[in-house]
Design a binder for this molecule. Structure first.
Ligand code: E4P
Length: 217
Protein backbone atom coordinates (compact mmCIF):
# COMPACT_ATOMS: atom_id res chain seq x y z
CA UNK A 1 0.00 0.00 0.00
CA UNK A 2 1.28 3.43 -0.92
CA UNK A 3 1.06 6.41 1.41
CA UNK A 4 0.43 9.86 0.01
CA UNK A 5 0.36 12.90 2.30
CA UNK A 6 -2.68 15.11 1.90
CA UNK A 7 -1.21 18.55 2.55
CA UNK A 8 0.71 21.48 1.09
CA UNK A 9 2.59 22.00 4.36
CA UNK A 10 6.20 21.47 3.25
CA UNK A 11 7.59 21.11 6.79
CA UNK A 12 5.12 18.30 7.54
CA UNK A 13 5.91 16.60 4.21
CA UNK A 14 9.65 16.83 4.90
CA UNK A 15 9.33 15.26 8.34
CA UNK A 16 7.43 12.23 6.98
CA UNK A 17 9.50 12.01 3.80
CA UNK A 18 12.74 11.85 5.81
CA UNK A 19 11.32 8.72 7.48
CA UNK A 20 10.49 7.12 4.13
CA UNK A 21 6.74 7.38 4.76
CA UNK A 22 5.88 9.39 1.65
CA UNK A 23 5.14 7.78 -1.71
CA UNK A 24 3.42 10.89 -3.06
CA UNK A 25 1.51 14.05 -2.14
CA UNK A 26 -1.99 15.32 -2.84
CA UNK A 27 -3.00 18.96 -2.71
CA UNK A 28 -6.23 20.77 -3.50
CA UNK A 29 -7.31 24.43 -3.60
CA UNK A 30 -8.33 24.35 0.08
CA UNK A 31 -4.93 22.95 1.10
CA UNK A 32 -3.15 25.62 -1.00
CA UNK A 33 -5.23 28.27 0.81
CA UNK A 34 -4.28 26.74 4.16
CA UNK A 35 -0.57 26.83 3.22
CA UNK A 36 -0.77 30.56 2.43
CA UNK A 37 1.67 29.94 -0.45
CA UNK A 38 1.65 30.52 -4.20
CA UNK A 39 0.48 27.30 -5.94
CA UNK A 40 3.35 27.13 -8.45
CA UNK A 41 6.03 27.90 -5.87
CA UNK A 42 4.82 25.50 -3.18
CA UNK A 43 4.09 22.70 -5.65
CA UNK A 44 7.60 23.03 -7.10
CA UNK A 45 9.10 22.81 -3.61
CA UNK A 46 7.07 19.65 -2.90
CA UNK A 47 8.01 18.07 -6.24
CA UNK A 48 11.71 18.71 -5.54
CA UNK A 49 11.40 16.98 -2.17
CA UNK A 50 9.29 13.96 -3.09
CA UNK A 51 10.05 11.58 -5.94
CA UNK A 52 6.51 10.11 -6.24
CA UNK A 53 3.47 11.75 -7.84
CA UNK A 54 2.40 15.17 -6.57
CA UNK A 55 -1.21 16.05 -7.38
CA UNK A 56 -1.91 19.66 -8.33
CA UNK A 57 -5.52 20.58 -9.05
CA UNK A 58 -6.99 22.65 -11.87
CA UNK A 59 -9.63 25.22 -10.94
CA UNK A 60 -11.21 26.01 -14.31
CA UNK A 61 -14.72 24.69 -14.87
CA UNK A 62 -14.60 24.07 -18.61
CA UNK A 63 -12.50 21.39 -20.31
CA UNK A 64 -10.59 23.76 -22.61
CA UNK A 65 -9.41 25.94 -19.74
CA UNK A 66 -8.77 22.91 -17.53
CA UNK A 67 -6.47 21.58 -20.22
CA UNK A 68 -4.58 24.90 -20.40
CA UNK A 69 -4.22 25.02 -16.60
CA UNK A 70 -3.21 21.38 -16.38
CA UNK A 71 -0.53 21.81 -19.06
CA UNK A 72 0.89 24.73 -17.04
CA UNK A 73 0.85 22.68 -13.82
CA UNK A 74 2.50 19.73 -15.59
CA UNK A 75 5.44 21.96 -16.50
CA UNK A 76 6.28 22.43 -12.79
CA UNK A 77 8.00 19.03 -12.60
CA UNK A 78 7.94 15.59 -14.22
CA UNK A 79 6.25 14.04 -11.14
CA UNK A 80 3.11 16.17 -11.34
CA UNK A 81 -0.23 14.34 -11.45
CA UNK A 82 -2.83 16.74 -12.82
CA UNK A 83 -5.93 16.68 -10.65
CA UNK A 84 -9.31 17.21 -12.30
CA UNK A 85 -12.84 17.02 -10.87
CA UNK A 86 -15.09 14.10 -11.69
CA UNK A 87 -17.54 15.73 -14.06
CA UNK A 88 -17.85 15.67 -17.82
CA UNK A 89 -15.39 18.52 -18.37
CA UNK A 90 -12.93 16.90 -15.98
CA UNK A 91 -13.20 13.57 -17.82
CA UNK A 92 -12.64 15.34 -21.14
CA UNK A 93 -9.52 17.00 -19.75
CA UNK A 94 -8.42 13.68 -18.22
CA UNK A 95 -8.54 11.97 -21.60
CA UNK A 96 -6.54 14.82 -23.20
CA UNK A 97 -3.84 14.71 -20.48
CA UNK A 98 -3.63 10.91 -20.47
CA UNK A 99 -3.25 10.87 -24.27
CA UNK A 100 -0.24 13.18 -23.87
CA UNK A 101 1.30 10.81 -21.31
CA UNK A 102 0.51 12.85 -18.20
CA UNK A 103 -0.56 11.28 -14.93
CA UNK A 104 -4.10 12.31 -13.96
CA UNK A 105 -5.81 12.11 -10.58
CA UNK A 106 -9.60 12.32 -10.97
CA UNK A 107 -10.91 13.74 -7.73
CA UNK A 108 -14.23 14.25 -5.93
CA UNK A 109 -15.44 10.72 -6.74
CA UNK A 110 -18.54 9.68 -4.83
CA UNK A 111 -19.87 6.71 -6.83
CA UNK A 112 -18.72 3.52 -8.52
CA UNK A 113 -20.29 4.74 -11.76
CA UNK A 114 -18.05 7.82 -11.70
CA UNK A 115 -15.03 5.60 -11.01
CA UNK A 116 -15.76 3.49 -14.10
CA UNK A 117 -15.82 6.62 -16.29
CA UNK A 118 -12.51 7.85 -14.85
CA UNK A 119 -10.85 4.51 -15.65
CA UNK A 120 -12.23 4.61 -19.20
CA UNK A 121 -10.88 8.18 -19.60
CA UNK A 122 -7.37 6.99 -18.74
CA UNK A 123 -7.02 8.24 -15.16
CA UNK A 124 -3.89 7.12 -13.33
CA UNK A 125 -5.69 7.62 -10.00
CA UNK A 126 -9.30 7.74 -8.88
CA UNK A 127 -9.92 9.59 -5.61
CA UNK A 128 -13.05 8.42 -3.76
CA UNK A 129 -13.67 10.74 -0.77
CA UNK A 130 -14.60 8.38 2.03
CA UNK A 131 -14.73 10.85 4.93
CA UNK A 132 -17.18 13.11 3.13
CA UNK A 133 -19.43 10.08 2.43
CA UNK A 134 -19.31 9.17 6.14
CA UNK A 135 -20.25 12.80 6.88
CA UNK A 136 -23.62 12.25 5.18
CA UNK A 137 -24.17 9.01 7.13
CA UNK A 138 -23.25 6.47 4.47
CA UNK A 139 -20.21 4.18 4.69
CA UNK A 140 -17.38 5.57 2.58
CA UNK A 141 -15.44 2.32 2.71
CA UNK A 142 -18.30 0.53 0.87
CA UNK A 143 -17.45 2.69 -2.13
CA UNK A 144 -13.78 1.66 -2.00
CA UNK A 145 -14.89 -1.98 -1.88
CA UNK A 146 -17.20 -1.57 -4.89
CA UNK A 147 -14.54 0.15 -6.97
CA UNK A 148 -11.96 -2.53 -6.03
CA UNK A 149 -14.31 -5.28 -7.26
CA UNK A 150 -15.14 -3.48 -10.49
CA UNK A 151 -11.57 -2.50 -11.34
CA UNK A 152 -10.37 -6.06 -10.63
CA UNK A 153 -13.19 -7.57 -12.74
CA UNK A 154 -11.93 -5.70 -15.77
CA UNK A 155 -8.23 -5.32 -14.90
CA UNK A 156 -8.47 -1.52 -15.05
CA UNK A 157 -5.03 -0.10 -14.33
CA UNK A 158 -6.33 3.08 -12.61
CA UNK A 159 -5.12 3.09 -9.01
CA UNK A 160 -7.65 3.55 -6.20
CA UNK A 161 -6.43 6.50 -4.14
CA UNK A 162 -8.58 6.57 -1.00
CA UNK A 163 -9.04 10.23 -0.04
CA UNK A 164 -10.78 12.30 2.61
CA UNK A 165 -9.21 10.08 5.25
CA UNK A 166 -10.11 11.26 8.74
CA UNK A 167 -8.93 8.49 11.05
CA UNK A 168 -6.52 5.62 11.62
CA UNK A 169 -9.46 3.22 11.17
CA UNK A 170 -10.07 4.64 7.69
CA UNK A 171 -6.47 3.76 6.79
CA UNK A 172 -6.80 0.21 8.17
CA UNK A 173 -10.15 -0.36 6.43
CA UNK A 174 -8.72 0.85 3.10
CA UNK A 175 -5.67 -1.40 3.53
CA UNK A 176 -7.91 -4.42 4.22
CA UNK A 177 -10.04 -3.71 1.17
CA UNK A 178 -6.97 -3.31 -1.02
CA UNK A 179 -6.96 0.39 -1.94
CA UNK A 180 -3.74 0.98 -3.88
CA UNK A 181 -3.02 4.29 -2.16
CA UNK A 182 -4.26 6.15 0.89
CA UNK A 183 -3.80 9.90 1.07
CA UNK A 184 -4.02 11.11 4.64
CA UNK A 185 -3.27 14.28 6.57
CA UNK A 186 0.09 14.19 8.41
CA UNK A 187 -1.74 14.11 11.77
CA UNK A 188 -3.52 10.85 10.84
CA UNK A 189 -0.29 9.23 9.60
CA UNK A 190 1.52 10.21 12.80
CA UNK A 191 -1.31 9.00 15.03
CA UNK A 192 -0.96 5.52 13.47
CA UNK A 193 2.05 5.12 15.79
CA UNK A 194 -0.03 5.65 18.93
CA UNK A 195 -1.31 2.87 21.19
CA UNK A 196 -2.33 3.17 24.82
CA UNK A 197 -0.72 -0.18 25.67
CA UNK A 198 2.57 0.98 24.11
CA UNK A 199 2.52 4.05 26.40
CA UNK A 200 1.58 1.96 29.43
CA UNK A 201 4.21 -0.69 28.71
CA UNK A 202 6.92 1.91 28.21
CA UNK A 203 6.00 3.66 31.46
CA UNK A 204 6.38 0.38 33.38
CA UNK A 205 9.69 -0.49 31.70
CA UNK A 206 11.11 2.94 32.56
CA UNK A 207 9.98 2.64 36.19
CA UNK A 208 11.63 -0.78 36.51
CA UNK A 209 14.76 0.43 34.75
CA UNK A 210 15.11 3.31 37.20
CA UNK A 211 15.01 0.76 40.06
CA UNK A 212 18.00 -1.13 38.57
CA UNK A 213 20.18 1.98 39.06
CA UNK A 214 21.91 1.14 35.78
CA UNK A 215 22.80 3.30 32.77
CA UNK A 216 23.35 2.27 29.16
CA UNK A 217 25.36 5.36 28.24
C1 E4P B 1 -7.71 14.37 -1.71
O1 E4P B 1 -7.09 14.44 -2.73
C2 E4P B 1 -8.34 15.53 -1.06
O2 E4P B 1 -7.39 16.56 -1.11
C3 E4P B 1 -8.66 15.31 0.39
O3 E4P B 1 -8.42 13.97 0.78
C4 E4P B 1 -9.98 15.83 0.84
O4 E4P B 1 -10.13 15.58 2.21
P1 E4P B 1 -11.25 16.31 3.11
O5 E4P B 1 -12.58 15.73 2.77
O6 E4P B 1 -10.85 15.99 4.52
O7 E4P B 1 -11.16 17.77 2.77
Amino acid sequence: MKFFVDTADTAAIKELNDLGMVDGVTTNPSLILKSGRDIIEVTKEICDMVSGPVSAEVVATEAKEMIAEGMKLAKIAPNIAIKVPLNWDGLTACKAFASEGHKVNVTLCFSAAQAILAAKAGASFISPFIGRIDDIHYDGTDLIEDIRIIYDNYSFSTEILAASIRSVNHVIDCAKIGADVVTAPPSVIKSMANHVLTDKGLEQFLKDWAKTGQKIL
